[in-house]
Design a protein around this ligand. Sequence first.
Ligand SMILES: [Zn+2]
Length: 297
Amino acid sequence: MRRTLLPAMTRRTFLASTTAGATLTFLHPFSAHAAAGQAHLRLMETTDLHVHVFPYDYYSDKPVDTVGLARTAAHVADIRAEATNSVLLDNGDLIQGNPMGDYIAYERGMSEGDMHPIIEAMNTVGFDAATIGNHEFNYGLDFLMKSMAGADFPVVLSNVATEAGAAPRDDTTLFRPYVILDRMVTDGAGEEHALKLGIIGFTPPQVMNWDRRHLEGNVTARDIVETAQAYVPEMKEAGADIIIALSHSGIGADAHTDGMENASVPLAAVDGIDALMTGHHHLVFPGPKYEATGVAP
Ligand SMILES: [Zn+2]
């Protein structure tokens, strides 16, 4: 390595970075250039996994190289080795979407204590937290709760409640609305610092229509932005240093309208949210499909 590439790097910082992973071949600039008293935290997201554990197309019954958490896991391992600090989050739509999902739901079933294969795979890769997508409700609440019970990671969802109160913070939510993770991050000088990472989750309130037969009379859903405005200050009061919103909601209009499905842009504007992860659209952003729908890249 030529020293001129990394002028600000001390020998100690370099050693701290290179010991992060035995397979390290390339230092990401964010890791390399963190100064003393400054730490970089890499955020990784998966979204809309739709039961794709293996790189296999169950419809055509053949291997494919375009899907599968098993393949993504290699990227996750590379980034973990390269970044000094990282977290891995999932944005929902896990348990429905391919024949294996239907097989588990309609043939094998989920008894108390059973493991859902996508959750088992996620436990193996090691996620820090996840939220719930709209398709999680497709097989009913009992199947959903039994599936998520196997997760080794916290599952957060703030805008679906089993008992609605007068305001969002008075709701009894189906899942915990948010979690505050205690993490240690390493700065550019190799010193460790405590960081409280707040993670909150949202799903489109349209689930009440899409899965009415499962949900009506059992849960209610709130507007995403309204719910965020209620909980984010509470997360700050609880000591969150950084707040990450897991938004199983697409990138839609800039202006907030009550109950909007794709609320990620106005959600990003909620005071106190530092980072936002989106999903649900199955589109690459920025990309031509967003330009076609009139959403600014
Ligand atoms: Zn979705």
